[in-house]
Design a protein around this ligand. Structure first.
Ligand code: AMP
Length: 402
């Protein structure tokens, strides 16, 4: 049983370390998508209302164990202050004098943010003792840990795993609500159950494909990973993303799908471009004739075509449970965003449970201007939700189980 905040008892005046995933995209010092900060608000507010002294910690980017202003959480603390509507103290270090002083000064219901956990090697080190040492330093800052960074629960990292063993630890609201939804995907999902996978790498998604094949009714594939599947079916794919070493595996899955009675849906048309460029010349062609175009040597598929997008959308709308992970094309370039847009719109029209599985897909729906409320659930953790659906044990959750 997962220990949640409901069993944490009275937290008033307690120093509570709150591990969030505030790893938001920042461009030139400006936060371009604050979804993860907003997703953390319910737990922060709950702790504030309980009169706890809240010490928020998180990672941001991959600073590789060194202080680097590019990855500072300062803009995140500022944004959090705006969203929360109360002062938020920012400490310029993680476990040093600043952090210690900021924690000491906190009043009941006060909030502080300490600097990026990954400025210290100990957070992500492969060496157990280094992680344990860093967790010990973090434990000095709080009496209780509330773990709420769903995006990192699949990682065995100091603030997610070792720290949870040192002080009383509980899952926050975000983790609890993420799990509630993911459980509905794995335990008797309403049917038809459709999983849509896209994004760049098929190798990232092989585990989830393997685990879901016996469970789903339809597996829809788009994005860069589709070209490995198209190649496995004997098509030429030009210079499109291709994982040569995965062709046989994907072929095996396509055969297995037939045995399980799963309908695998691949695009029938593709938007190809003269190269990987925002302004590249482009055309829509049949998925079996990608190389017969007049676009030259470097032709590559950057989106599913409109016919495929409509077919995918139809399947999604007819489903009672849908899980989607990974954009259908290079949605960052407007000319190649249509497939992702059409699919996202279909997810908002599902008469049942529609789940957007984290990371890039969540950023895509926000960047494309969709209202988050229109989806059943937008997960904050791409990798974590995929690993959960793969049936893997997630260290950051295991450690919160009684
Ligand atoms: P992932 O992190 O694996 O979910 O991949 C997300 C990325 O896949 C996005 O940045 C997309 O631009 C990219 N992507 C989607 N479709 C394609 C494609 N056809 N070719 C190249 N990249 C793609």
């Amino acid at each position: 049983m997962l220990r949640t905040l409901d069993s944490a008892g009275d937290l008033s005046s307690k120093r509570v370390l709150l591990r969030c995933d505030l790893n938001v995209p920042i461009s030139d010092g400006v936060i371009t998508d604050d979804g993860r900060i907003r997703a953390s608000l319910p737990t922060i507010k709950r702790l504030v209302e309980a009169g706890a002294r809240v010490v928020v910690c998180s990672h941001l980017g991959r600073p590789e164990g060194e202080s680097n202003p590019k990855y500072s959480l300062a803009p995140v603390a500022e944004r959090l202050e705006e969203l929360l509507g109360q002062p938020v103290v920012f400490a310029n270090d993680t476990i040093g004098v600043q952090a210690t002083a900021a924690v000491k000064m906190l009043e009941d219901g006060g909030v502080a943010v300490i600097e990026n956990l990954r400025f210290h090697n100990g957070e992500t080190s492969k060496d157990d003792s280094e992680r344990e040492d860093f967790a010990k330093s973090l434990a000095e800052l709080g009496e209780v840990l509330v773990s709420d960074g769903f995006g990192v629960v699949h990682r065995k990292q100091a603030s997610v795993y070792e720290l949870a063993k040192l002080i009383p630890s509980y899952a926050g609201n975000l983790i609890a609500s993420e799990l509630e939804v993911l459980k509905r995907l794995t335990t008797e999902p309403a049917r038809p159950y459709t999983v849509v996978l896209g994004g760049s790498k098929v190798s990232d998604k092989l585990g989830v494909i393997e685990n879901l094949l016996p469970k789903v009714d339809r597996l829809v594939i788009g994005g860069g990973m589709v070209f490995t599947a198209l190649k496995a079916q004997g098509n030429e794919v030009g210079k499109s993303l291709l994982e040569q070493d995965q062709i046989q595996t994907v072929k095996g899955f396509l055969d297995q799908a037939v045995q399980h009675g799963v309908e695998v849906v691949l695009p029938t048309d593709i938007v190809i471009a003269a190269g990987f460029d925002r302004d590249a010349e482009f055309r829509t062609v049949s998925a079996t004739e990608m190389e017969t175009s007049d676009l030259g040597q470097d032709v590559m598929g950057l989106d599913i075509g409109p016919e495929s997008a409509a077919a995918f959308a139809h399947i999604v709308r007819e489903s009672k449970t849908v899980f989607w992970n990974g954009p259908m094309g290079v949605f960052e370039f407007p000319n190649f965003a249509n497939g992702t847009k059409v699919l996202a719109r279909a997810l908002t029209e599902v008469n049942g449970l529609s789940v957007v599985g984290g990371g890039d897909s969540a950023a895509a729906v926000r960047a494309l201007g969709f209202d988050e409320e229109a989806f059943g659930h937008i997960s904050t953790g791409g990798g974590a939700s995929l690993e959960y659906l793969e049936g893997k044990s997630l260290p950051g959750l295991e450690v919160l189980n009684d």
